[in-house]
Design a protein around this ligand. Structure first.
Ligand code: HEC
Length: 465
């Protein structure tokens, strides 16, 4: 059954390729008008891309449900995770790279010396053993060139692969990763609905703000926007597990960024190209508004980048006030981006960088472990520790886990022997004693006394006796 469905999906993908090539060739035959041809082609291309993507998703879903509950389930999710994550990173780098590059261009343009009337500025650059000369038009060239490069798929694919990762890591395994019943006791369906609707809601608020008169007052707009971001960080931290809360904050901003590209920036550019081609008057406001959205995206990049790697840093998401840490780091990161933007524009700013660094240091400061003075009893023995670990950890961290969700030891971490425990004592200190991010969601109900005892044992040299 599975094989038949898979084969038919494959056949559909192949057919789509063939139909697309065939349609394109017949278009060339019938239609010598290049412009119509291009438009039709790009529409077809979009259609086929969507088709292929949906088919791939369908194939994966079929495989997933076919393997669910077998020993290959964990293996499949791991490989999906690898493939989609690498794609996500690659598209993300391309997108953010392009974003940095164009904001740099905008900031570094020579706008004064030897500029033709129709130009906003130009720029010389050397890269990869060649010299480049770029010109930016005030509005649009008299004739739109045939080959015009667009930058949109980087953004769309980053978002699509990001949403796929949300499915693979958080939605497929909502009980394990999305939900922490100590934070809020909700079911998988509710959690996933909250997750998805929060992204839509965030976009509606942001887009509404951008269309309101508030946008004329840049400072007030940023301030209110920031307050709303705090609201989202706080909300996520009180609904989802700590790691999921962080990732959702990033995914929410990433969704706004891609929606900016999809709903505002690209349509504006299309309108500009259309007007220029048909000699219609061009409303410069359209370009300006798109430029502003693009600038917002630029400020979002560093905070989103931090969030995307934050899962490696339990001292951030593991903090009691995780939402506050998230907001402070995001603010500091956006501040660094602001400094870079100012610098590229040749504006010397004395205070932006130092203040951003102080903000980031504040995050390091408030996440520092507190010195706790607990009475340690002398000579804690390894048997006391293995008793705790056996009770609280090896349901997951064993070569043969008995947990209902984790069928393979998470991150390959096992504590089956005392030697295993001693080997990883530093990580245990970090995750169990300091950040208290293990046991995951405290599923096994470790007590503070047990954490203290482990901490004392490590302090006393983690002896194997
Ligand atoms: C319910 C399952 C579960 C239990 C119980 C559990 N863990 Fe984990 N552990 C995980 C998962 C999932 C990860 C990977 C995700 C992460 O790092 O948060 C992990 C990761 C870790 C890591 C980080 C490994 C790395 O490579 O960075 C350490 C250390 C750890 N656990 C220690 C413990 C200890 C010690 C206990 C018992 C006190 C424990 N865990 C109990 C699920 C569990």
């Amino acid at each position: 059954m599975l094989t038949i469905i898979l084969l038919s999906c494959l056949v559909i993908v192949l057919l789509m390729f063939i139909i697309m090539t065939y349609r394109f060739h017949s278009l060339i035959e019938k239609n010598k008008d290049e412009e119509i041809l291009n438009e039709k082609y790009s529409f077809l291309q979009g259609l086929v891309y969507t088709g292929i993507l949906l088919t791939i998703v369908a194939i994966i879903a079929v495989i997933y449900f076919g393997l669910k509950g077998t020993i290959w389930e964990g293996h499949l999710t791991e490989w999906l995770n690898i493939i989609v994550r690498v794609m996500h990173i690659t598209f993300g780098i391309a997108w953010i790279g392009a974003s940095f590059y164009f904001i740099f261009l905008e900031n570094a343009l020579n706008r004064t010396e030897n500029i033709r009337d129709e130009l906003a500025g130009n720029l010389w650059a050397v890269h990869g053993g060649g010299f480049y000369y770029l010109e930016k038009y005030k509005i649009a060239p008299k004739e739109i060139p045939k080959n015009l490069h667009w930058f949109k798929y980087e953004s769309y694919f980053t978002w699509v692969t990001g949403i796929c990762l949300l499915f693979i890591v958080y939605y497929f395994n909502a009980q394990g990763f999305l939900i922490d019943t100590n934070v809020l006791n909700i079911g998988a369906g509710t959690a996933i609905s909250i997750s998805i609707s929060s992204f839509i809601f965030a976009w509606l608020i942001y887009n509404g703000l951008c269309r309101s008169p508030l946008i004329k007052n840049g400072k007030l707009f940023s301030f209110i926007g920031f307050i709303i971001l705090i609201g989202f960080a706080y909300f996520y931290a009180h609904v989802f597990s700590a790691r999921a809360a962080y990732i959702h904050f990033g995914a929410m901003i990433g969704t706004i960024m891609t929606a900016n590209v999809f709903f505002i920036i690209i349509p504006s550019q299309k309108a500009m190209v259309f007007a220029a081609k048909h000699g219609k008057p061009l409303n410069p406001e359209i370009g300006k508004h798109a430029g502003m959205r693009s600038l917002h995206n630029n400020y979002f990049t560093l905070p989103v980048l931090f969030v995307m790697v934050s899962n490696h840093f339990p001292s951030t998401f593991g903090n009691e006030n995780k939402w506050l840490v998230l907001i402070i780091i995001s603010l500091g990161a956006a501040g660094v981006k602001h400094y870079l933007n100012l610098k590229e524009r040749g504006e010397l700013s004395y205070w932006v960088m130092p203040i951003s660094v102080i903000i980031l240091l504040a995050a390091a400061f408030i996440t520092a472990p507190k010195k706790v003075t607990i009475e340690c009893k002398p000579n804690i023995s390894i048997t006391e520790i293995t008793t705790i670990i056996n009770k609280r950890c090896i349901t997951c961290h064993s070569l043969k886990p008995t947990d209902d969700i984790f069928k393979a030891p998470p991150n390959g971490v096992v504590y089956d022997t005392p030697q295993d425990i001693v080997k990883l004592k530093d990580k245990i200190m970090q995750r169990v004693v300091i950040t208290k991010t293990m046991p995951q969601n405290n599923k096994t109900g470790i007590t503070q006394e047990e954490r203290d005892l482990i901490g004392c044992w490590i302090d006393q040299g983690a002896s194997l006796k």
